[in-house]
Design a protein around this ligand. Structure first.
Ligand code: NAD
Ligand code: LMR
Length: 342
């Protein structure tokens, strides 16, 4: 059976597949923050997936119009809208994948950590509802600062007694998407072939592209490595500055998040060849959470890919050591935010 979308690796039959009347699988996906800058294009891309039978849109406002609009696309999934806390439980019941892009974005001059005070509470409240209503779902955390919001989500799920570390993901796909794009441009490669693993976390120097592990194998000068690494680390800021107060990356983020959703659905559907970089509970380093390539399966993370961390260049090894204190501090900030709640 045809089980591919146009996003990510499986592109072969895309244009043919997304207008089928019947879904090719029956997964339900919820997007929390669906009326936002990321939420709108993301729900459009998910609406095009043949693996989705129901798409639940939740936000605190403006979601009815987005859902009405989206529901006119002649793709299989049924679109339902849910507004405000009183409808959150209904939104989440029976859902297989929950994507959370709810929260405020950066403006020029801000770090992702500057969003902590507002977004920590938003993520806490939403993940509590996920724990109560669909504890078996894959949970994709997009809201920044991901280095802290993912540990917040883990603590909330632990307190609720439903934490499954294999099913909780910080979405770092955009770092890979950017790395692939910038490397292909720089080295004049066919974009579709390029794959750069990005490890660590999702802010500044915690974003570490492993250029030495680029596929297909490419050689870089030291200057190229430094220039590309810094550009990938600052790519979010590049967009924030270009948008000049109107928010941060939304379209490329929606593209990246849709790829991660599609990969999750393929894994749930039994595809045994699904790999993505993501920020998860990890024992690959001495940090409790770490982004790396993982193998995805029906039950979530099937394996952490440790081979990427072997044979690093001196530049990468130094950058890895340099990122650990900052990443650890962000993780601890998230954990203590929940543990210190009365
Ligand atoms: P946005 O302001 O355009 O949209 C956010 C949406 O969240 C709004 O529709 C808002 O109503 C909704 N919202 C706020 N509080 C909510 C709540 N309690 N429950 C449900 N929905 C709520 O922002 P955006 O550009 O879509 O960005 C959203 C988040 O994603 C930001 O924190 C941003 O920093 C982050 N982000 C992460 C990545 C990544 O790579 N992980 C990339 C880009 C942006
Ligand atoms: C990004 O990488 O684009 C996001 O994390 C948004 C931001 O604030 O940079």
């Amino acid at each position: 059976a045809l089980k591919s979308c146009y996003i990510g690796k499986a592109r072969k039959d895309n244009m043919r597949s997304y207008s089928h009347v019947q879904p090719q699988a029956s997964y339900k996906v919820a997007v929390l923050g669906a009326a936002g800058g990321i939420g709108q294009p993301l729900t459009l891309l998910i609406k095009m997936s043949p693996l989705v039978s129901a798409l639940h849109l939740y936000d605190i406002a403006n979601v009815k119009g987005v859902a009405a609009d989206l529901s006119h696309c002649n793709t299989p999934s049924q679109v339902l809208d849910f507004t405000g806390a009183s409808e959150l439980a209904a939104c989440l019941k029976g859902v297989n994948v929950v994507v959370i892009p709810a929260g405020v974005p950066r403006k020029p001059g801000m770090t992702r950590d500057d969003l902590f005070n507002i977004n920590a509470n938003i993520v806490k409240t939403l993940v509590e509802a996920v724990a109560d209503n669909c504890p078996d779902a894959f949970i994709h955390i997009i809201s920044n600062p991901v280095n802290s919001t993912l540990p917040i989500a883990a603590e909330v799920l632990k307190q609720k007694g439903v934490y499954d570390p294999k099913k909780l993901f910080g979405v770092t796909t955009l770092d890979v998407v950017r790395a692939n794009t910038f490397v292909a441009q720089k080295k004049n490669l066919k974009l579709i072939d390029v794959d750069v693993p990005v490890i660590g976390g999702h802010a500044g120097i915690t974003i570490l592209p492993l250029l030495s592990k680029t596929k297909p194998s490419v050689t870089f000068t030291d200057e190229e490595v430094h220039e590309l690494t810094v550009r990938i680390q600052n790519a979010g800021t590049e967009v924030v500055e270009a948008k000049a107060g109107a928010g941060s990356a939304t379209l490329s983020m929606a593209y990246a998040a849709a790829r991660f959703v599609e990969s999750s659905l393929r894994a749930l559907d039994g595809d045994s060849d699904v790999y993505e970089c993501t920020f998860v509970q990890s024992d690959l380093t001495d940090l409790p959470f770490f982004a790396s390539r993982v193998k995805l399966g029906r039950n979530g993370v099937e394996a952490l890919i440790s081979s990427d961390l072997q044979g690093l260049t001196e530049y990468e090894q130094n950058a890895l050591e340099a990122l650990k204190p900052e990443l650890n501090a962000s993780i601890e900030k998230g954990i203590s935010f929940i543990q210190k709640q009365p």
